[in-house]
Design a protein around this ligand. Structure first.
Ligand code: G4P
Length: 514
């Protein structure tokens, strides 16, 4: 292995229950994943590397294996592609973590339930992808069940997300009459087999298709724009695959589509211009910090997305937030199957760096401490709560805890200019429960949460003079965030629009780039 193999770093976005977990499993099985939980078959160096992080997981109580899943494919010419699938925590623990993970991928698969179409969380996550023009491959799942009409689904994706759609395959029947998937490129039909009606590898060329479906598929093939890789990579067009994760339909096609179409690691915007993967110097940014599940330990794992260079174990990197180099001796390298690769990581790969809280989400790391990445946003919280301290002598502990937890990305914290009651912001309800229990368990702070008189927060940007002027009239609605940046606490969306109109020199932004 030369280490020059190509990378595809991607995530799956979906609404709960659409089938993300099932698809993830099938992608890993089909792709021959090496990091299945509990796997003990590793040998030699690979075993050492694996046990390294298993030890970390045990000692520190941090589960990292599922955060980054890696598999590799080698084509007939011996070229290999390494796939890094980053988990976006879904369900109730939907949080900023999920959003931020999307800043670390080069493309995404959007899974849609054929019976439900675009659901709210799919849409939210899609909007985050759109911020960075992340290209999307769509997978319409569960066609082995009765679902909605294929054309209706395609039109919904096109209309709701303002994307061109290009069907790449078409179901031959759905639900009880499901007879397989016609792949447009090869013209072959993947057929269900056996009592479970799974796809076991049988593909028919020149297949007999019931007339109704033959007509439909022909209409689908000619009725939409042709696949255009540039439009896809620009985030303007999504190729759409129909399938069933449960029954294994369309999974290989997805892997092949990612290999063939999804972009390799892209350049990342930085203060000094774009940093390309070809740069020799090692650089990357932290997109996620995972804290210990054992409250006795303050250890954390910071997840760094590699942007440039070839990382080697033991290398010194300087985090932008700190200024002092740290030696990365025991990183978690997720791609540890191969002897040589076990100690290196390439652009597009993720490294887990154990630390004691020095690394923050949004930090840039580089060998020479000369690279500052931009475009790693904080997202305006959708739920704001006032923190009420039960024991007023614990103010200092509370401040420390809120600072820590906001560094980790669990919450955002706002310190109002007037009044002593601090406000926390989250994007999902579960984060509030996590906050209260972690305050009690780790910081011995008993606190409650009350409704805040604000509905949303906006970061204020503009000339110092204009901000001063704004401050004079709006102190009751101003706060500072963890970094001391000005935030406008708005009572409603209307409030934001009103202030924007009155203060054309300022911008009121729903995201903040660090
Ligand atoms: P999520 O991670 O997006 O939340 O979805 P998950 O994969 O857990 O799937 C949600 C449910 O949908 C599961 O059923 C799963 O078996 C089912 N499912 C996923 N893909 C398909 C598919 O292609 N066809 C059909 N028919 N079902 C599919 P469950 O009953 O909620 O869970 P389980 O008891 O089967 O685990």
């Amino acid at each position: 292995m030369t280490g020059s193999s190509e990378r595809r770093t991607f995530a799956i976005i979906s609404h709960p229950d659409a089938g993300k977990t099932t698809l993830t499993e099938k992608l890993l099985l089909t792709g021959g994943a090496i990091h299945l939980a509990g796997e003990v078959k590793a040998r030699g160096q690979a075993r050492r590397a694996r046990s390294d992080w298993m030890k970390i997981e045990q000692q520190r109580g941090i589960s990292v294996t599922s955060s980054v899943m890696t598999f590799e494919r080698t084509d007939a010419d011996g070229n290999s592609i390494v796939f890094n699938l980053l988990d976006t925590p879904g369900h109730e623990d939907f949080s900023e973590d999920t959003y931020r993970t999307l800043t670390a991928v080069d493309s995404a698969i959007m899974v849609i339930d054929a019976a439900k179409g675009i659901e709210p969380q799919t849409r939210k996550l899609f909007e985050v992808c759109r911020l960075r023009s992340v290209p999307i491959i769509t997978f319409v799942n569960k066609v082995d069940r009765e679902g909605r009409d294929g054309f209706e689904l395609l039109d919904e994706v096109a209309d709701m997300l303002a994307l061109d759609v290009c069907p790449m395959s078409w179901p031959v029947g759905m639900g009880g009459r499901f007879e397989g998937i016609l792949d447009f490129a090869s013209g072959k039909v993947a057929r269900p087999e056996g009592p479970s009606k799974e796809f076991l590898g049988k593909r028919e060329a020149d297949a007999e298709i019931p007339e109704e479906w033959a007509e439909q598929s022909e209409l689908a093939r000619i009725g939409y724009p042709e696949f255009d890789i540039d439009a896809y990579r620009a985030g303007d067009l999504t190729p759409v695959y129909f399938g069933s994760a449960l029954k294994n339909f369309g999974v290989t096609e997805l892997i092949e589509a990612i290999a063939a179409f999804a972009p390799p690691p892209r350049p990342q915007p930085a203060e000094q211009g774009e940093i390309t993967p070809a740069l020799d110097e090692v650089s990357g940014f932290i997109f996620k910090v995972q804290a210990n599940m054992d409250p006795q330990h303050r250890d954390r794992i910071a997840f760094m997305r590699m942007v440039s260079g070839t990382f080697r174990r033991g290398m010194k990197l300087t985090p932008s937030g700190l200024g002092k180099p740290i030696a990365v001796h025991s990183p978690i390298l997720f791609f540890a199957q191969d002897r040589e690769l076990a100690d290196t990581a390439e652009p597009g790969d993720i490294i887990g760096i154990p630390n004691h809280g020095t690394l923050r989400v949004g930090d840039s790391l580089s060998e020479k401490n000369d690279i500052r990445f931009t475009g790693l946003p904080n997202f305006a919280p959708e739920i704001l709560r006032r923190v009420v301290l039960r024991d007023p002598t614990k103010t200092k502990q509370l401040r420390k805890a809120l600072d820590d937890l906001s560094e980790e990305g669990v919450i955002q914290v706002f310190y109002p200019e007037l009044g002593g009651q601090w406000i926390v912001g989250v994007v999902g309800q579960l984060q509030l429960e996590v906050l209260v229990s972690r305050l009690a368990a780790e910081y011995k702070v008993e606190a409650g949460l009350e409704p805040a008189p604000f509905d949303t927060a906006r970061w204020i940007r503009g000339e110092a003079g204009a901000i001063d002027e704004f401050e004079r009239f709006n102190r009751a609605n101003l706060a500072k965030d963890r970094d001391g940046d000005w935030v406008f606490m708005a009572r409603s969306a209307w409030d934001v629009g009103y202030q924007q109109e009155r203060n054309p020199d300022l911008s009121f932004s729903a995201t903040k780039e660090r």
